[in-house]
Write a protein that binds this ligand. Structure first.
Ligand SMILES: O=P(O)(O)O[C@@H]1C[C@H](O)[C@@H](CO)O1
Ligand SMILES: Nc1nc2[nH]cnc2c(=O)[nH]1
Length: 294
């Protein structure tokens, strides 16, 4: 991969100018940044003493084009911590370069942020993860990154981090433990579990074969964001905590008339089944049963 979309074209000064402008517009000095995923922008409403800025008014900031992403940066207080909250993020499928997609993360670093909380909407590939559940991200598979689409491509900015950053402990274990403890205290532990998130480029959802492949690779939930932001955050030394809100199940097999078969159940009764057809015995092959016919 080469070309404009796959090479960081922003220089340190670009991030600094945006950070300086924000610092001149608000008295808040955030320690925590929160990126709200699709439909999760209401998290920002919980902030007290808010200063809010539309992305269109922030010098150098990319613009949000997705429904459910309001396009505002909100500063405020939450339980005694000063936070900055992105109501809406940037995705590769909108046509943003990865450099622009992750631009706010480096701005947060320059604002003095130490901890980044990433949230997203994702489809479940795991049996035990249902729509409405929350998955604490323990690790990720960055499919665009594995293919060479990486926000760190291009000359390394040593002021932010090293050329070859380690990604073996992206999601802070202490924060993951704390989140699980809080879920127990709040009585919602049965809705919360840890899992592996995979980022794909989108905007199309996965084919059955792609979903199966990811499931076999150990992916629990799939979405179209987060991993590039986390790569940039870890590169510049931010502590990261991530959660996926499970919005749907990603089917691993087509449940359709094509594979519906009448099969014998354990009581030897013939019932419709969506189980995979069994391999036929030699003597059955000459006269195979027809799918969907009793
Ligand atoms: O920003 P997130 O990752 O929450 O958005 C997800 C991925 C797509 O933008 C959209 C698809 O439903 O939700
Ligand atoms: N790629 C992908 N992104 C999602 N965002 C919400 N659900 C899904 C899904 O099933 N797949």
């Amino acid at each position: 991969p080469s070309g404009g979309l796959n090479r960081c074209v922003c220089v340190h000064d670009d991030y600094q100018k945006t950070a300086d402008w924000l610092l001149s517009q608000t008295k808040h000095r955030p320690q925590v940044a929160i990126i709200c995923g699709s439909g999760l922008g209401m998290l920002a409403d919980a902030l007290k003493c808010q200063d809010a800025f539309h992305y269109t008014d922030i010098p150098g900031f990319p613009q949000s084009t997705v429904q459910g992403h309001a396009g505002r940066l909100v500063f405020g207080e939450l339980k005694g911590k000063t936070c900055v909250c992105m109501q809406g993020r940037f995705h590769m499928y909108e046509g943003h370069s990865l450099c622009k997609t992750t631009f706010p993360v480096r701005v947060f670093k320059l604002l003095g942020v130490e901890t980044l909380i990433v949230t997203n909407a994702a489809g479940s590939l795991a049996d035990g993860l249902k729509p409405g559940d929350i998955m604490i991200i323990k690790d990720h598979v960055n499919f665009p990154g594995l293919g060479g689409f990486n926000p760190l491509n291009g000359p390394n900015d040593d002021k932010f981090g090293p050329r070859f950053p380690a990604m073996s402990a992206c999601y802070n274990p202490g924060l993951r433990c704390l989140a699980m403890d809080i879920a127990k205290q709040q009585g919602v532990a049965e809705l919360v579990q840890e899992g592996v998130y995979a980022a794909v480029g989108g905007p199309n959802f996965e084919t059955i074969a792609e979903a199966k492949l990811m499931h076999r690779l150990g992916v629990d939930a799939v979405g179209m964001s987060t991993a590039p932001e986390v790569v940039v955050a870890v590169h510049c030394g931010l502590r990261v905590f991530g959660i996926s809100l499970i919005t749907n199940k990603r089917p691993l097999s087509p449940v359709s008339a094509e594979i519906m078969m009448l099969q014998k159940n354990k009581h030897k009764k013939r019932v419709w089944s969506t189980r995979r057809p069994v391999i036929l015995q030699k003597d059955q092959r000459a006269n195979p049963p027809q799918v969907g016919v009793a």
